[in-house]
Design a protein around this ligand. Structure first.
Ligand SMILES: Cc1cc2nc3c(=O)[nH]c(=O)nc-3n(C[C@H](O)[C@H](O)[C@H](O)COP(=O)(O)OP(=O)(O)OC[C@H]3O[C@@H](n4cnc5c(N)ncnc54)[C@H](O)[C@@H]3O)c2cc1C
Length: 418
């Protein structure tokens, strides 16, 4: 156990000493004790570890084990779960801030954490009320499981609303064999949540979402992950062979989960991770300017710092607006599924990814050669390579194509606030 974590435990124990003893019934509710420190403080501790290892994670294309282990030890994996199942009832806004904090330190760590929480959000919202699935969430919070996602399939790739491989049924059991061409941290994950065709005769868009624990599946590697950026996500390809209990299928059609949970959570949390990467680049540009200012007049590239800052400001405002809108409609399934919200949340990903790339590019232009170098303390290289994954992670062109049809049904707003 490293220094940060043991310190956190001490704070926790101190807090428990000060608190009145919980009743026996209350004690039983928590299979794991509540963790020390608030979410922001714990996120900063993980970010500090992630920052120390970010360069080697990127260089070696390796899983950020130190950072994710620290996140587990600080109890960050199950925070979105309800308290009665050992979680902390954390909302999407709090998790977005964790992703932003981690993104400033290590993009791969932030994206891994974001992808994990997207799957947790889906299971928590649509999976409760069944002993197997509630048991899964209890295990998630108690053992701090890391959950991977499998949506991309075969060579066709990015259409999340289409699945080839069907669920096969035998008695109360289910089976799935899928060409999972990208599963981030597939090897390191403790569980996988995957889309699948409902059954062999179902249409490709008639999908379900299944939860499998590591003991339920095997992975046979079919593709590596030697990429420009996001190298630490280790998003290799596999043949996924899984089997389990019928209760491991979420009882709601994936189309509903997609609209109400998957897309809002993914687009808000991914955008927050990319905003963190953009913030790291802006920080480097600021450092470059401050150093240059000490030796004389502000360099002529200073306006690029203003541009980088402006892009980051717009990006943060965009995410904050999306979060506010989500908070307004999150308890209303009809409003969540309505064309207006779906268009907004789909376009969040497109706009956020473009603003994040713009911010990092402006930071690079600000620092000039110093930032272009890989061996300077204001290098932007890693941030640029990482952020360039954002427009292609569910391709912006595909999203714009999909949104075009529903956008036709939406009135052009009559006022600024709509
Ligand atoms: C860092 C990272 C981590 C990932 N992790 C996972 C994971 O854990 N699990 C998982 O399942 N997947 C994961 N993915 C994959 C991701 O979900 C998408 O499936 C993938 O990014 C799509 O890749 P693609 O460009 O090949 O596919 P496509 O979306 O099929 O795009 C292929 C090409 O077609 C073009 N195109 C597509 N649709 C249109 C259109 N309507 N109009 C015009 N052009 C179009 C695109 O511009 C692109 O050039 C990850 C991706 C990244 C970058």
């Amino acid at each position: 156990m490293n220094g940060e974590v043991s310190e956190a435990m001490t704070v926790h124990e101190l807090r428990r000493l000060k608190e009145p003893a919980p009743s026996a019934a209350k004690e039983r509710l928590f299979e794991t004790p509540p963790r020390a420190g608030d979410l922001a403080e714990r996120a900063s501790r993980v970010a500090a570890v992630a920052a120390r290892h970010a360069d080697s994670v990127d260089r070696d294309g390796r899983f950020p084990l130190e950072a994710i282990s620290t996140a587990k030890e600080l109890g960050l994996m199950g925070v979105m779960a309800p308290r009665r199942l050992g979680g902390e009832d954390a909302g999407l806004g709090e998790i977005a801030d964790v992703c932003y904090t981690l993104g400033r330190a290590c993009a791969s760590t932030a994206m891994i954490y974001a992808m994990h929480q997207v799957k947790v959000a889906c299971v928590v919202r649509h999976g409760l009320g069944d002993p197997w699935r509630e048991g899964f969430i209890r295990r998630l919070t108690r053992d701090q499981l890391l959950v991977a996602s499998s949506t991309t399939e075969g060579s066709g790739g990015g259409d999340v609303r289409s699945s080839e491989a069907p669920i096969e049924y035998e008695g109360g059991r289910i089976r799935l064999t899928r060409a999972a061409s990208v599963i981030s941290y597939g090897v390191e994950a403790d569980a996988v949540v995957t889309t699948a065709r409902r059954e062999a005769n179902a249409a490709a868009s008639d999908q379900v979402l299944a939860v499998f624990l590591k003991s339920d599946y095997s992975l046979e590697r079919t593709l590596g992950w030697d990429t420009l950026g996001m190298r630490g996500t280790c998003s290799a390809g596999f043949t996924l062979r899984a089997s389990g209990d019928g209760a491991q299928l979420l009882p709601v059609a994936y189309g509903v989960i997609h609209a109400q949970s998957m897309v809002p959570a993914a687009h808000i949390l991914w955008s927050s991770a990319w905003a963190g990467v953009a913030a790291a680049a802006v920080e480097k540009a600021r450092k470059y300017l401050r150093k240059s200012a000490r030796t004389g007049a502000a360099p002529p590239s200073a306006p690029y710092f203003t541009r980088a800052n402006a892009s980051l400001r717009a990006l943060r405002a965009l995410i904050a607006t999306a979060l506010d809108r989500y908070e307004e409609v999150k308890d209303d399934p009809d409003a969540l599924s309505a064309a207006g919200f779906q268009t907004e949340i789909a376009l969040l990903k497109v706009d956020a990814s473009e603003l994040a790339v713009a911010a990092v590019m402006s930071a690079l232009r600000c620092g000039g050669l110093s930032s272009y170098r890989n061996d300077s303390d204001v290098s932007i290289g890693r941030h640029l390579r990482d952020v360039l994954s954002s427009p292609i992670m569910i391709n912006n062109d595909r999203i714009l194509g999909n949104v075009a049809a529903s956008a036709l049904l939406t009135e052009v707003p009559a006022t600024i606030r709509g």
